[in-house]
Design a protein around this ligand. Structure first.
Ligand code: 16G
Length: 242
């Protein structure tokens, strides 16, 4: 590994931080690598555990390392860079990166539309709506947790097994619905205990909440969905012109 200079004016925690960062950037520390514990680091460099902790915490906050409850601290995987252009589905996004999408169905139920949901789906209050909760995985790793609402009248024969694969594929191929446009809002949030357990992260970890309202070519809303993306796995980019 790298060395540190105790007589340097550069703070020790910063030297450790930069040393680890450089090892990650050069590829000598690879994604998924289990980092030594704070104790091991402090013994190796003969510095306090507080100093090591500060360096590690900065690297976790910067997205270079991830802490996994009860397992240790690992070198983070590069974030999935998702374009904000285009109305793609989770399955399409993963397939375009050569990853295999899958879903874990948490619940599938029918509810009566509240006023707010009725407005979003442009249906009457109390009309039947599917509530679908799924964890979305890429190559078996949980990436997002989604709760989506869709008017029952759009897909009266929707069954559980369809939700294990792509809902957009089902809508387009089986129901001949044309998802044409949409509106998205992105906000930052922190994982609740339940969300953290589903996404295999720690309670309080950062998440990106995306609310999507997808609209069909006949101007009828297709879905209202709230997707919680792991902020350690995702970043969003967009091309802009002036
Ligand atoms: C994406 C959409 C979600 C949609 C899902 C369909 C965002 C923020 N959300 O996750 O609204 O329901 O794709 O995916 O992009 P599927 O066709 O793979 O089931």
């Amino acid at each position: 590994m790298f060395t540190i200079k105790k007589d340097s004016p550069v703070p020790i925690y910063f030297q450790i931080e930069e040393g680890i960062k450089e090892s990650i950037q050069k590829g000598s520390l690879k994604p998924g690598h289990l980092m030594p514990s704070e104790r091991e680091f402090s013994e190796r460099f003969e510095v306090s555990r507080m100093t090591v902790r500060q360096a590690i915490t900065n690297l976790v906050n910067g997205g270079y390392l991830v802490r996994q409850r009860g397992k240790g601290t690992f070198v983070a995987s590069p974030k999935f860079d998702r374009s904000l252009q285009g109305l793609t589905s989770f399955s399409e996004d993963m397939r375009s990166r050569g990853m295999t999408p899958s879903s874990r169905l948490i619940s599938f139920s029918m509810i009566n539309a509240s006023q707010q949901l009725a407005d979003r789906l442009m249906i009457d209050v109390n009309e039947e709506v599917y509530e679908i909760k799924r964890v979305r995985l890429a190559d078996g790793i949980p990436m997002a947790y989604e709760v989506l609402y869709m008017a029952e009248s759009l897909a009266p024969s929707l069954e559980k097994d369809k939700l294990l694969s792509s809902l957009y594929d089902y809508a387009q191929q089986d129901l001949q619905l044309h998802i044409a446009k949409g509106k998205q809002v992105i906000e930052a949030t922190n994982a609740t205990k339940e969300e953290a357990d589903l996404l295999e992260i720690n309670e309080g970890d950062s998440l990106l909440l995306i609310e999507r309202q997808a609209i069909l070519s006949n101007d009828r809303p297709f879905e209202f969905a709230r997707s919680l993306y792991r902020a350690d796995r995702y970043k969003f980019s967009i091309e802009i012109n002036r």
